[in-house]
Design a protein around this ligand. Structure first.
Ligand SMILES: [Fe+2]
Length: 203
């Protein structure tokens, strides 16, 4: 994993804070919690680097710097991080919403061009997910802007905001499968490493 290029911590935080100025919103705190979850899970997994995990979490939604959008944000994030020279993080910006490789499993509007959709379909078909892609897919489903939460709560929240989508069951089953695999590696429940999860889930 030595060849993975990511910004140093101060630069990653600056990228997020610059984006927060351009498009303030709950997504910024959500990104911080995703990063913390990724780092804490990484600490317990010997094949995952904490700093890469944390940075990937901080920047997975960076495409939101360009404004409020739905699916478009993953292309914006991919292009932004690619141009900065971080192809590994760019991949995660594109894959973080796809535990299953089905474009139509996305919750939210397909507010992108037809060309982008074709690109995404091919990309998902060809890409081999790294442990970091899966880690951020999982952590994305564990973090509200106000803190960590039970996976099931976030799933219901997304469902209530966007309604049902194709492959919903498959997507959720895959997310649970990813959780189970990480827990096996960690030897503890993921919730053990998410501070305040009980309060933020139930209060
Ligand atoms: Fe996210």
């Amino acid at each position: 994993m030595n060849e993975i290029k990511v910004p140093i911590l101060i630069s990653a935080k600056k990228l997020l804070s610059d984006a927060a100025h351009l498009n303030p919103g709950p997504w910024v705190n959500h990104s911080k919690y995703v990063a913390l979850a990724a780092k804490n899970i990484a600490k317990k997994c010997n094949n995952i680097d904490e700093h890469i995990a944390y940075t990937a979490g901080l920047l997975h939604d960076i495409g939101r710097r360009y404004g409020v959008s739905h699916l478009q944000h993953i292309f914006d994030g991919y292009n932004f991080l690619s141009e900065l020279g971080y192809p590994f993080l760019a991949q995660i910006a594109l894959t973080h919403s796809f535990p299953i490789k089905e474009v139509s499993s996305y919750f939210g509007k397909m507010d992108c061009s037809k060309k982008d959709l074709i690109f995404l379909k091919k990309y998902l078909r060809d890409v081999k997910y790294s442990p970091y892609d899966k880690l951020i897919q999982l952590c994305d489903a564990l973090a509200f802007p106000s803190g960590f939460c039970l996976l099931e709560k976030r799933m219901v929240d997304v469902f209530l905001r966007h309604g049902p989508t194709a492959f919903m069951r498959e997507k959720w089953l895959k997310t649970f499968e990813i959780k189970d695999k990480f827990e096996k590696q960690m030897g503890v429940s993921i919730y053990k490493v998410l501070p305040g999860v009980i309060r933020s889930t139930f209060v």
